[in-house]
Design a protein around this ligand. Structure first.
Ligand SMILES: CC(C)(COP(=O)(O)OP(=O)(O)OC[C@H]1O[C@@H](n2cnc3c(N)ncnc32)[C@H](O)[C@@H]1OP(=O)(O)O)[C@@H](O)C(=O)NCCC(=O)NCCS
Length: 178
């Protein structure tokens, strides 16, 4: 199993991974929605505002993850982890946690202060995320499941309180994802 930083050239395999994984786990409609999101994120991947990492086994992609920047007026680097997918066949074997930990480590090396995600606390708590109050860091759009707003500090310091609403990358700027 190897991890790699991906770019626009990986768009096709990344899109097909997200479409098939989310179709299997959430149904056809969600599969299509997340497939389109992954395709747009992939074509916008610049390794700065949109970062994509992949896991490969025997030359095939078996996992992928996106981190996108949440922008504030003040000088702090915050990234949001979403979405992540591990191929159906390879789920439940530690691939997802290894890929997320690889990604978080890359962000630490880039001096990112905070990682945020929006999802199932029981899974994301395994890789260091805890419930995050919007009194500390607000979501860019209104959350339909505030209990899924999660964060972790990537420094020695606790997550700082930021008194402004961030903007997300344009690919996520749609209430359907929130
Ligand atoms: C969620 C996902 C990325 C996890 O990757 P994975 O390689 O299967 O996970 P790992 O093997 O590293 O970790 C498995 C652990 O997470 C838990 N887990 C896996 N998927 C979970 C989910 N959807 N919800 C809650 N817990 C989950 C398992 O119970 C397991 O716990 P255990 O180690 O205590 O038994 C993968 O299952 C997946 O792609 N699922 C479908 C798409 C999805 O839901 N993506 C996340 C939302 S963006």
């Amino acid at each position: 199993m190897i991890h790699k930083i991906l770019d626009k050239n990986n768009q096709e395999e990344v899109t097909s991974l997200f479409t098939s994984v989310f179709t299997s786990s959430e149904g056809e409609k969600e599969g299509r929605l997340i497939g389109i999101l992954a395709s747009k994120l992939s074509s916008g991947t610049d390794n700065e505002e949109i970062i994509c990492f992949g896991t490969y086994e025997e030359g095939s992609i078996i996992g992928a993850i996106f981190f996108t920047s949440l922008r504030f007026n003040q000088d702090i680097q915050v990234y949001m982890l979403a979405p992540v997918a591990v191929s159906t066949k390879h789920q439940g074997k530690g691939v997802g946690q290894a890929l997320i930990n690889y990604g978080l480590n890359e962000l630490k090396n880039r001096s990112v202060a905070v990682a945020i995600t929006y999802g199932d606390p029981s899974f994301y708590s395994k890789v260091g995320f805890q419930a995050l109050s919007e009194n500390v860091i607000q979501a860019p759009l209104k959350l339909s499941m505030p209990e899924g707003w999660l964060g972790q500090s990537l420094t020695e310091e606790p997550i700082p309180t930021i008194n402004e609403r961030p903007t997300c990358v344009k690919e996520f700027d749609d209430p359907v994802y929130w």
